[in-house]
Design a protein. Structure first.
Length: 248
């Protein structure tokens, strides 16, 4: 299967109506967590599992459980997320980690807030539950980035959590370019520059299943912070031009 080829499954809504919501799940060796995560996808929503080079059979597991599978050979969290976004066809797109640390069953309330016009981008503020759910070094890095984000955009967000929802057209209009760990932050920064309304809501954050590829180590956290600092160094976009690109 190529990086653009997908496997259509029963997780999609009937072809007459098309999927209303797609959930993008970036995946790298998550075979152990996938059954639990996919079981929590809201009924009628389509799960798009973006395999980013797994060697544990994650793609096969996901496909057998009814997910649409997209292959993204370029390594990087942002590369996987963006491949899922471009593969999406729904009006609303959600993102969720594929390691069972976050619950995709919470996403209907996120989408509802976007659909009723309350906001344009909803982020889940992670509230750790259980020993080892969020290592101290990862929290410290997140807090520092939140402070830098406030200075850059004025947004008073307390987390840059990966559980999130927005309209697909709004996200595509942001022209996101980061393909590494800076992707989630770039989405927020460019959404703010575009004048989109951003909010966050508390969500439980559990110990992940399997080994962390990014924030599980000091080195991984440092690389993530480095990528995100580069995003924050980007010049602010022209808000008028950005708004024109976001089709409301």
């Amino acid at each position: 299967m190529t990086d653009t080829e997908t496997s259509e499954t029963s997780a999609s809504l009937p072809a007459t109506s098309g999927p209303l919501v797609d959930v993008v799940l970036p995946c790298l060796d998550e075979a152990a967590a996938l059954p639990k995560v996919l079981a929590r996808i809201p009924p009628g929503w389509r799960a798009i599992v973006v395999d980013n080079g797994s060697t544990d059979g994650s793609a096969e597991v996901a496909r057998s459980l009814g997910a649409t599978v997209v292959h993204e050979p370029r390594r990087g969290f942002g590369a996987a997320c963006h491949a899922g976004l471009t593969a999406s066809e729904a009006e609303y797109v959600c993102f969720c980690d594929c390691d069972d640390s976050l619950d995709p069953a919470l996403l209907p309330s996120f989408v509802a807030r976007v659909a009723d016009g309350s906001c344009d981008l909803v982020l889940g503020r992670r509230r750790p539950e259980g020993r080892g759910a969020w290592p101290l070094h990862a929290r410290a890095g997140n807090a520092a980035l939140s402070l830098m984000l406030r200075r850059r955009t004025g947004l008073r967000l307390r987390d840059l959590g990966p559980l999130r929802a927005a309209r697909r057209c709004d996200l595509l209009a942001l022209d996101l370019t980061d393909r590494r760990s800076g992707y989630p932050l770039q989405m927020v920064v460019r959404a703010s520059d575009a004048g989109l309304r951003i909010t966050e809501t508390d969500v439980p954050y559990r110990p992940r299943t399997g080994r962390s590829k990014v924030t599980g180590t000091w080195l991984g956290t440092w690389h993530a912070v480095r990528d995100m600092r580069a995003v924050l160094a980007e010049p602010a976009a022209d808000r008028t031009a950005a708004r024109a690109g976001a089709h409301r």
